[in-house]
Design a protein around this ligand. Sequence first.
Ligand code: DAH
Length: 362
Amino acid sequence: MHRSAEAMVAQDEQPRHAGEAIVAQEEQLRRAAEAFRVEWLGRKQGRLNEVSSRWLKAAPPEAKKLVGQRFNEFKAKLEDLVDAALDTHLDPSDAALRAQSIDITLPGTRRLIGAEHPITRTMNEIVQVFAALGYSVGVGPEVETDFYNFESMNFPPGHPARDTQDTLIIAGQERKPLRDRLLLRTHTSPVQMRTMELEPPPVRIVIPGKVHRNDAADATHSPIFHQVEGLCVDTHITFSDLKGTLDHAMKALFGSSVKTRFFPSFFPFTEPSADVQITCIFCGGKGCRKCKQSGWIELLGCGMVDPAVFAFAQEKQPAYDPKKISGFAFGMGVERIAMMKYGISEIGQFYSGDMRFLGQFA
Ligand code: DAH
């Protein structure tokens, strides 16, 4: 440490010495040019005065014109020479010019190198795990229609399941049919339908993105957060495929010693549905405050795609025939996973823009 600091100082000295030498040389040349000026063009003792009186003034009248011309040419040449010399070897006391010049003895301007935000980084990491399994990556709009966000995901109009995902609705759309009304999407699941409408099976896709909920902000909730959605549809896709895929993904994200278990749950767009729990990464499954002594932490939702969802997809892509194909889907909260991975207890830290927090991930 000490030695390398010394080496750095020594390295810094080199350009400084070189700079000083150049400044000294410039000053010498400037002085020489000034002395030359005084010697030849000086008002009283300049040699040009001598030339003038010896040759010009003494010239016979018939030669005066020619000698005068020659004399003036000689004088102009001398003046030009002196001007050029003084111009290149500037007076270093000239403040305006000094301000423009570079002080090469100053330390350089350090540019901070940017880094990925922890949310972006976690999102990319999740996507990468599935990309390695052959999944493609897709995105969809954040301002979504009621149809894609709710109806096609099997939340019929007026269904109580809609109450769990309240959101902001774009104003002034009362004249439109409900299915076309715009809202801020509450989950990335609508991109499942957008994907199926565009591509026939087989489909393997992950969809990272931002979502919105009418949730009060607290330590673990934010009205805007991020999800990664997954969808896999093919012939003979089973719940075992779902379990194997997500077990692998959790091990890839949290370490190979992590175990998973699947708990019965409910989502309108999957049947059966499950919550995936992993062994608590803080206590290794023994039970602690973080996992409320259970040894397990709930991390994401998943399930087998409901035939009602395939029925909506079939309107545009007949190949999504639930008698011939099957699939699974999953959705995970990026903030929640990032908080677990990095031991963060306040979700708000992600959005604070506080460099002391963000710098830790650089
Ligand atoms: N969309 C769900 C939510 O935001 C998460 C989810 C659960 C997505 C199960 C899925 C799934 O694709 O199968 O709460």
